[in-house]
Design a protein around this ligand. Structure first.
Ligand SMILES: [Zn+2]
Length: 324
């Protein structure tokens, strides 16, 4: 398959081109969403969009990060489902189930994958909140084949098999078959190719390449479906990737959450890259205003190309569209 070989060879040779001067190509949709009074989002940890253009947000309501984690689940609903067009709330679920919500991923069958860093577990739900699959042991961290330690995110291939980025404590990506059977893993702590220092988000593109946010190493790493390192994208415009999503034409959208120890956080933007890591657009800035971010934590792309950013400190989700 010479075509495929040359494609991957091209990835090795790709060097990011410098940022173009000029206006961002995306703009915020003001006054989106329009949630009912009293429907208050907490820290927005995860965001995803299904095939019906419904936006799912995984949030923490009133819960704040504290260690040891509380043992009581958050009483109220933690998943909010919002219509992309109208911005109206369609549904909410996930009450009494989660300790510390983190990652949210929608697969191509509209299943909803959630990770809970308080429970050290990964869950697969139907789009309306029926539990289908649980991985990991409840509130028991570990680093073997049946445990996670603060797992951050999930990415699902077309065949239903999936990757888990694990996580704040373990520094690995674990691959599972569609039925949840362990397949293999890679990683290790460090900054060499294929190692991680906080794998915080993960996505797959249409070629089955795996793109992982290596947050504290301030880079995106790209692997083949078997976990073989292909390339990395590390540059000032990449910043510290917290969340990553793949849109049409395998464009990669990454949100830079910045360095939490920097005061004020010096970064807060989204970068759009082509499949070879070249910059197509950047938008957003640190701040509280429309189109700005307070700790962007996750990102998603809808079927119509709209981009959604979930903010941790900002406790909101914003919608962006390409300018006409
Ligand atoms: Zn996080």
């Amino acid at each position: 398959m010479p075509h495929r070989i040359s494609f991957f060879a091209a990835l090795f040779l790709a060097t990011p081109i410098p940022l173009r001067a000029g206006e961002p190509h995306h703009e915020v949709v003001k006054d989106w969403p329009s949630l009912p009074e009293g429907h208050v989002l907490g820290l927005c940890a995860g965001v995803g969009v299904d095939s019906h253009n419904h936006v799912f947000v995984f949030h923490r309501r009133e819960r704040v990060w504290s260690t040891p984690f509380p043992s009581e689940p958050i009483a109220g609903a933690t998943v909010s489902v919002i219509d992309a067009k109208s911005g109206k709330l369609i549904a909410s679920w996930g009450a009494g189930q989660f300790i510390m919500p983190h990652g949210l991923t929608i697969d191509r069958e509209d299943n909803v994958w959630l990770t809970d860093v308080g429970l050290h577990q990964v869950f697969k739900f139907t789009h309306d909140g029926k539990l289908l699959l649980t991985l990991g042991e409840r509130a028991k961290p570990g680093d073997d084949r049946s445990h996670f330690n603060l797992p951050t995110d999930v990415a699902v291939l077309a065949d239903g098999s999936f990757y888990v980025s694990d996580g704040y404590k373990n520094t690995r990506v674990v691959k599972f078959a569609a039925d949840g059977r362990y397949e293999f893993e890679w990683g290790g702590k460090g900054d060499a190719p294929g190692q991680f220092n906080l794998p915080h988000g993960i996505a797959v593109d249409s070629h089955g390449r795996v793109i992982a946010c290596d947050r504290t190493n301030s880079r995106l790493q790209v692997f083949d479906a078997r976990g073989k390192f292909l390339t990395q994208w590390k540059a000032p415009h990449i910043g510290r990737p917290y969340g990553v999503a793949v849109g049409a034409d395998n464009h990669v959208f990454s949100v830079d959450g910045g360095d939490p120890s920097a005061e004020p956080a010096e970064r807060g933007k989204v970068v759009e890259l082509d499949a070879e890591g070249r910059v197509l657009d950047t938008f957003g800035a640190p701040g509280k205003g429309p189109g700005q971010f307070q700790l962007g934590h996750d990102i998603a792309v809808g079927p119509d190309g709209a981009v959604y950013v979930a903010e941790a400190s900002g406790k909101r989700v914003q919608k962006f569209v390409r300018k006409p």
